[in-house]
Design a protein around this ligand. Structure first.
Ligand code: ADP
Ligand code: ZN
Length: 548
C-alpha cells in the first residue's frame, strides 16, 4: 500500500517500479526525493553504493507543477557522468552530458534541444569547469531559469567544494553563487564523505546551511577489514588471499609509488599467473582508459593502482581491496576499501602495514606544498591511520565509523573484522606504562641535551639494556635508566614508543642522513611534561592468547 503523502507520491512510486525497475526505496531515498520535489534544499550523505543517484534521477522525471523542468547535475567525473547517462538512456530517460570532450556540433545539438519550448531532456550533466568557463552554457541555463524550466541543481561529489575534502576543486566553489543567482531553485548536494568538518564546509560554501540533512549509516556490513604486518614477501601473501577465496575474481591493490605498482603487477602476472595490470599517473591517457575498460569488462582481473584510480568507478563485483602501503587518512581508507563489495556480497579488505614506511609519507608531506596548518592536518591524518593499524583490539568497523562521528556497536560487526574475529581467543589487560614512559622521556632528553640524535630503535636498545657493540660505543650504558625495561618484550617497547609518538609525548623528525637515507629521530613532544608531572597516564592494552 502506497502512502499518498504528497501530490506526487503516486508518480514517484510508479517511476520506481516501472522506470527504474526497483521494488522499494532504500533508507532516506524517498525522504530526499520528497524534500526536493517540495522545492527545498537537501543534503544527502550516503556511503558509496548507498544509492545516491536515484535521489535525483527519479525526481527528474516527475511532473511537479505545470511543466517538467531540467535537472542540472554537476559532477566532477567524466567517466561517472557517461556511465550514468548510458544507464538513464537504457531506462528511456533523456539525458546528456555536456563536457569539454564533445565537439562543437554535439554541443550545439544539446544547446538547441535545451532552447526548444519544451525540452525533452530531463537530466543535463555538466562539469563545474564547463559551467564556469562556457558562456553559452550559462546563457542556456539562464534561459531555462527565465522560462521556469530549471528544476533543480544537483551537486554530486559535493565534498569537492571543501578545502578539507580529499578532492578539492576550485571551480566547485563557484557553484555556491547559483544559490543567489537563481533564487527559488532547490539544491541537492550529495556526498559519500562522512567527515563532519567537510559536511559543515559544504553547506556553508553552497549556502544551504540549515537544510534537511539525510544521512544513512556508513557501515558496510559485507566488508571484512583486516590489517596485517607487512612481511618479507607481501606479494606471495596477496597471491594466497586471491588463490584461497577469489580465484578469477576482480580486485584492486593500492600502492603509493609507480614503481611499486609496476613491481606488484608484474610479479602477480609473471610469477603467479594472475591477470594483473598497473595503473598510475605516469601512463598515457589512452592507456589508462584502456586498462580501466579491460578491468571493467573483466579482461583484467586485478588492477594495481596508485590513488589516481577509482574515483567514480562503479564496478559492483570488486571482491577485494588490498592496501600494499597504508593509506594517508582514515577517510581515504574508507573510500578506497569502499570500492569493494558494492553488490553487497562478502568482500575482503586487507591492509599491509609497516611502521617504517611512515617516514616516506612524512617527508612527502613536509616537502610538499601548502601551509603549516594544512601540513599539520595531513600529519594528524597519518597518525590516525597508524593508530588504527597498531590497534589489535578494537573492532575495525567501530574505529572507522567513529572517525566519522558514527557510534557503532561492535556486536553488530558479527566477527567481520580481524580484531573481532580474534577476540574470542584473547585475554586483554590494560597495563600502566607511565613510569617507564617517564624514564624514556628523561633518557631521550639527556641524550638530546648532550647534542646527539637518537632514533626509536636506539631507545629500544637502551631501555632493553642491550649489550650490542654500537650501544657500548655510545656510552649511554652508564645512564641511570639503562636497562630499566629489560623485562619487557621488545615488541611491547616498540608499541609503547609508537604510542608516545602518537600521543605527542615524543615526536619524530625525519631527515636524510649522509647516505641520503631517510631517518626519523626522536625529539620531545608537547605532551612530555604532562606525562612527567603525572597529568597524563600512558597505558597499553596487551592481548595474550588464552591458554587452552
Ligand atoms: P552511490 O552513488 O551512492 O555510490 P549508486 O546510486 O550508484 O550509489 O547506487 C548503487 C547501486 O545500488 C546501483 O547499482 C543502483 O542501481 C542500486 N540501487 C540504488 N537504489 C536502489 C533501490 N532502491 N533498490 C535496488 N537497487 C538500488
Ligand atoms: Zn569488528
Amino acid at each position: 500500500i502506497i502512502e499518498l503523502k504528497h501530490s506526487w507520491s503516486r508518480d514517484v512510486a510508479k517511476a520506481l517500479h516501472q522506470v527504474f525497475k526497483m521494488s522499494e526505496f532504500r533508507p532516506k531515498q524517498l525522504e530526499a526525493i520528497d524534500e526536493t520535489l517540495a522545492g527545498k534544499d537537501v543534503f544527502v550523505l550516503m556511503p558509496t553504493g548507498g544509492g545516491k543517484s536515484l535521489c535525483y534521477q527519479l525526481p527528474a522525471i516527475i511532473q511537479n507543477g505545470k511543466t517538467r523542468g531540467v535537472t542540472v547535475v554537476i559532477s566532477p567525473l567524466l567517466a561517472l557522468m557517461q556511465d550514468q547517462v548510458n544507464h538513464l538512456v537504457e531506462w528511456g530517460i533523456p539525458a546528456m552530458a555536456v563536457t569539454g570532450d564533445l565537439n562543437a556540433s554535439q554541443r550545439n545539438f544539446a544547446f538547441e534541444e535545451l532552447s526548444t519550448r519544451e525540452p525533452r531532456l530531463r537530466l543535463l550533466y555538466v562539469t563545474p569547469e564547463m559551467l564556469s568557463k562556457s558562456d553559452k552554457m550559462r546563457e542556456v541555463i539562464d534561459s531555462l531559469y527565465n522560462r521556469k524550466l530549471l528544476a533543480r541543481f544537483v551537486v554530486d561529489e559535493a565534498h569537492c567544494v571543501s578545502q578539507w575534502g580529499h578532492d578539492f576543486r576550485p571551480d566547485y566553489v563557484l557553484i555556491g553563487n547559483y544559490k543567489r543567482q537563481y533564487p527559488g531553485i532547490p539544491f541537492m548536494a550529495l556526498t559519500a564523505t562522512a567527515n563532519k568538518r567537510v559536511q559543515v564546509d559544504i553547506m556553508a560554501n553552497l549556502h544551504i546551511k540549515g537544510c534537511l540533512t539525510l544521512s544513512s549509516s556508513f557501515n558496510r556490513p559485507n566488508l571484512f577489514y583486516s590489517v596485517r604486518k607487512k612481511g618479507a614477501d607481501p606479494i606471495s601473501e596477496i597471491f594466497s588471499i586471491i588463490d584461497a577465496r577469489y580465484s578469477g575474481k576482480c580486485g584492486i591493490i593500492y600502492c603509493r609509488s609507480k614503481a611499486n605498482c609496476e613491481k606488484v603487477a608484474d610479479e602477480l602476472q609473471l610469477k603467479y599467473n594472475i591477470k594483473a595490470a598497473y595503473y598510475h599517473a605516469g601512463l598515457a591517457k589512452e592507456d589508462r582508459r584502456r586498462i580501466q575498460t579491460d578491468w571493467q569488462n573483466g579482461k583484467v582481473q586485478v588492477i594495481v593502482a596508485t590513488i589516481a584510480f577509482g574515483m567514480g568507478i562503479d564496478k559492483p563485483d570488486v571482491r577485494f581491496v588490498i592496501h600494499f602501503t597504508f593509506p594517508d587518512s582514515i577517510e581515504s581508507y574508507y573510500q578506497e576499501t569502499g570500492r569493494a563489495g558494492r553488490d553487497g556480497l562478502p568482500s575482503t579488505c586487507v591492509l599491509f602495514y609497516n611502521y617504517k614506511e611512515k617516514k616516506t609519507f612524512v617527508k612527502f608531506i613536509q616537502e610538499g606544498d601548502g601551509s603549516k596548518v594544512h601540513k599539520d592536518m595531513l600529519l594528524e591524518n597519518l597518525e590516525r591511520v597508524i593508530q588504527f593499524c597498531e590497534n589489535t583490539n578494537d573492532c575495525r568497523r567501530k574505529l572507522v565509523l567513529s572517525y566519522f562521528g558514527e557510534n557503532f556497536n561492535s556486536n553488530l560487526c558479527h566477527k567481520n573484522c580481524d580484531n573481532c574475529l580474534g577476540r574470542e581467543n584473547k585475554v586483554f589487560s590494560d597495563v600502566d606504562y607511565s613510569e617507564v614512559s617517564i624514564k624514556i622521556i628523561k633518557m631521550a632528553r639527556s641524550i638530546i641535551c648532550s647534542g646527539r640524535k637518537v632514533t626509536m630503535l636506539q631507545i629500544v636498545d637502551l631501555i632493553k639494556g642491550s649489550k650490542a657493540k654500537k650501544v657500548q660505543q655510545s656510552g649511554d650504558m652508564s645512564h641511570e635508566y639503562f636497562g630499566c625495561g629489560k623485562d619487557l618484550k621488545k615488541d611491547d617497547v616498540i608499541k609503547l614508543l609508537r604510542l608516545l609518538v602518537n600521543k605527542k609525548v615524543l615526536s619524530e623528525q625525519t631527515e636524510s642522513n649522509f647516505r641520503r637515507v631517510l631517518v626519523s629521530y626522536l625529539i620531545l613532544g608537547p605532551n612530555s611534561t604532562k606525562v612527567e608531572n603525572g597529568f597524563m597516564k600512558i597505558s597499553i592494552r596487551l592481548s595474550n592468547t588464552k591458554p587452552k
